[in-house]
Design a protein around this ligand. Structure first.
Ligand SMILES: [Zn+2]
Ligand SMILES: [Zn+2]
Length: 351
């Protein structure tokens, strides 16, 4: 049986932390479950999951659906699309079964690329390699999550660029159903009439819409991300967590704040595991943001301390509670914290 390789290339950068990554994790689980009951897909589709942030990594190597168990997704710092693409092309090369004299090779692989942000690196070389070696021999669907993904880069890769408004759990459900249906129709069409790749029809265009690539896109003002994410360390557990803030223009009015500035409002704080550093680009320089632009201070997601956001003089953010003296888990410095007047500059993660 000829294989139909299906690759998921998934952005796990910091802005995906929280609901988006949980939904992707559940969604992939639903896709696999649905495909396990589809006679065509179970015969021909092979699936692999690759994740990328500042670094890229194969989360699940290419394998048959029947043996496939959905993984837990990690989070990393940065959005290196070029490392993601590079790793994808490495896997494509490695796994490819070519047609020989006595054996039919793989069907054209299908790649679903999910990304929610602007690449934090130069993608030119990776995109050139993709165009030269893979654009014609693989089918890519690039899905931009939320509203800030840089579709200018995505349209260099493929003519199938889809915008997904990840506004609610119901929207995610619909989205993953669309992916499932697309894999089903593709695996049926390769077996029946060898026509191959067929995306399922998009019904609800509010949730999912194909981007018209013939229209020029507005010039990218995307450099100002819609999210600010910062890394903290728990004073008690020594674990890392991320604090995520979403851009909040309207909120400024409600809070009576200066409208000429950008504000970010707390989404939540989330624990991350050791893979966070493995998937982050250690050479990346963090950019700075003023704490006055951030609304909300989360409790520590590791130990439950009342404030997740205290800044040590060494630059490390850590949690503090009711204690008189707090100890920085990074430099060991002990200090008393009070509410600070005015803002201070903190380093934001790359996104
Ligand atoms: Zn803590
Ligand atoms: Zn410190």
């Amino acid at each position: 049986m000829r294989r139909l390789p299906v690759y998921f290339l998934i952005d796990v950068s910091e802005s995906m932390v929280g609901e988006p990554i949980q939904q992707v994790e559940e969604g992939l689980g639903q896709i696999i479950q649905a495909l396990k009951t589809d006679p065509y897909a179970i015969e021909t589709a092979w699936i692999s999951i690759i994740v990328f942030a500042g670094q890229a990594k194969t989360l699940v190597p290419l394998q048959e659906i029947i043996n496939f168990y959905p993984p837990r997704f990690p989070i990393g710092g940065g959005t290196s699309l070029s490392r993601g693409l590079g790793h994808l092309m490495y896997e494509l090369r490695k796994n490819q079964v070519k047609t020989t004299y006595d054996m039919k090779g793989d069907w054209k692989p299908i790649i679903f690329l999910f990304t929610d942000g602007v690449p934090t690196d130069d993608t030119t070389a990776a995109i050139t390699e993709w165009k030269q070696n893979w654009q014609r021999t693989a089918n890519m669907v690039a899905v931009s999550f939320g509203n800030e993904a840089d579709t200018n880069v995505l349209k260099e890769l493929t003519e199938n660029v889809v915008h997904f408004k990840n506004s609610s759990p119901a929207a995610y459900k619909q989205f993953f159903k669309w992916i499932t249906d697309s894999i089903k129709t593709s695996s049926e069409s390769v077996e029946k009439n060898a026509s191959g790749f067929e995306l399922s029809k998009i019904h609800d265009t509010d949730t999912l819409s194909k981007i018209d690539l013939s229209k020029p896109l507005p010039p990218a003002s995307y450099t100002d991300s819609n999210f600010v994410v910062m890394v903290g360390k728990c004073q008690h557990m020594q674990r890392d967590y991320l604090m995520k803030y979403r851009r909040a223009e309207q909120d400024a009015e409600i809070y009576g704040l200066n409208l000429n500035r950008l504000y970010y409002r707390l989404v939540g704080a989330f624990q991350v595991d050791k893979t966070y550093h493995e998937l982050s680009d250690s050479n990346a320089k963090p950019t700075s943001i003023n704490s006055e632009e951030l609304i909300g201070n989360p409790t520590c997601p590791c130990c439950g301390n009342q404030w997740g956001f205290a800044l040590c003089s060494c630059g490390q953010i850590h949690c503090i509670g009711e204690e008189k003296l707090s100890t920085c888990p990074t430099c060991g410095n002990t200090a008393a914290y009070g509410a600070s007047e005015g803002g201070f500059d903190v380093n934001r993660a790359q996104g």
